[in-house]
Design a protein around this ligand. Structure first.
Ligand SMILES: Nc1ncnc2c1ncn2[C@@H]1O[C@H](COP(=O)(O)OP(=O)(O)OP(=O)(O)O)[C@@H](O)[C@H]1O
Ligand SMILES: [Mg+2]
Length: 314
């Protein structure tokens, strides 16, 4: 049963982690950083137009976020699904995007790697900055951006091919040719996704023979094969059992420890409390509140967040 329905009172972060707190160790952050700005200017004029950092609140330091949005609105035809969302994402952190069904979480997540461009009738307004560079002005090739901003979906969707080929597929298309280079990349990516030990002796077998949790980690490995510095995850555990879910959560923390910037949609409040550094609450197409995870659960500011966390709405 969902914790929201079970507890009709305000939840604290300790409730969500279990009264005694989480016994699992959170992976330390920052083992790898991504200081350099990846090249996403395949079709740009090469100008670096923005170094302004944006957040939802008053923080306007000179720090350039890995990814940031300012006043992003998304329309499907005339329907405004998201209104004016401003949020920043940094290397080595996990941001949980939460809120009731239909509030615009997936819509927002898809705007971050320009996937809404492929949705007929969809318009994305506002500013999306990748390492300070505007990418929502038509100047950036969305496929080039997606090399750096990978995505994992709700349902594991491995290709109908071997485990090895699933991971090697995108790097091959992007020009990695040598067998040794590919072997190393496949191993590294499968290790990133905490799947290597389970599959290293059967790389040639079909990916479809893996369990659901293994398939989802394979999809993470597939995304990591392009060495992205941002990973977007849309409810990556919703089709998984609790053990597979914990394996994914550990993987997410270890990616963050390597310096990857993770944005993850989840309906699972315990998961948000366990895995994220920061939470962003969406409600009826609005980004209502953003806060560090502990403060978010222990002391939400907005009445709508309080109502959602206490189970009164949603
Ligand atoms: N391709 C689309 N065409 C038209 N409307 C859409 C499309 N995708 C989403 N919407 C609408 O946009 C709004 C936000 O949808 P979205 O999928 O982003 O919500 P969500 O918060 O991810 O919900 P859930 O938790 O159920 O996944 C909803 O009203 C939805 O019907
Ligand atoms: Mg969704």
């Amino acid at each position: 049963m969902n914790v929201m329905n079970r507890n009709r009172r305000q939840l604290t972060v300790l409730d969500l982690l279990g009264r005694s707190g989480d016994t699992r160790t959170r992976t330390p952050r920052g083992a790898r950083t991504h200081e350099s700005k990846p090249d996403v200017q395949d079709r740009t004029n090469g100008s670096d137009r923005s170094v302004q950092a944006w957040t939802n609140g008053s923080d306007r330091s000179v720090h350039v976020h890995t990814l940031a949005t300012k006043d992003v609105s998304v329309l499907y035809g005339d329907h405004r699904a998201l209104q004016g969302a401003s949020l920043a994402f940094d290397a080595g952190t996990v941001t949980a995007l939460i809120g009731p069904s239909g509030c615009g979480k997936s819509t927002y997540l898809r705007s971050l790697n320009l996937m809404n461009r492929e949705v007929p009738g969809c318009t994305v307004e506002g500013s999306i900055l990748y390492h300070g560079q505007e990418v929502n002005d038509g100047s950036v090739d969305s496929f080039a951006l997606r090399r750096h901003v990978g995505m994992v979906f709700q349902q594991p969707n491995p290709f109908r091919m071997s485990i090895y080929d699933n991971v090697a597929f995108a790097p091959k298309r992007h020009g990695v040719k040598g067998k040794q280079d590919l072997d190393e990349l496949v191993e590294k990516s499968l290790r990133d996704a905490a799947l290597w030990d389970e599959v290293k002796d059967k790389l040639a077998t079909s990916a479809l023979a893996l369990s659901g949790g293994q398939q989802q980690r394979l999809c993470i490995a597939r995304a990591m094969a392009l060495r992205p510095d941002v990973l977007l995850m849309d409810e990556p555990c919703s089709a998984l059992d609790p053990i597979a879910t914990l394996a994914i959560e550990d993987t997410v923390r270890s990616l963050a420890a390597q310096g990857i910037c993770v944005a993850m949609v989840t309906h699972n409040m315990q998961q948000a409390a366990r895995v994220s550094d920061k939470c962003a609450f969406f409600y009826l197409g609005e980004l209502v509140e953003t806060a560090p995870t502990q403060g978010f659960f222990d002391n939400p500011r907005d009445p709508r967040t309080q109502d959602y966390l206490s189970g009164r709405v949603g």
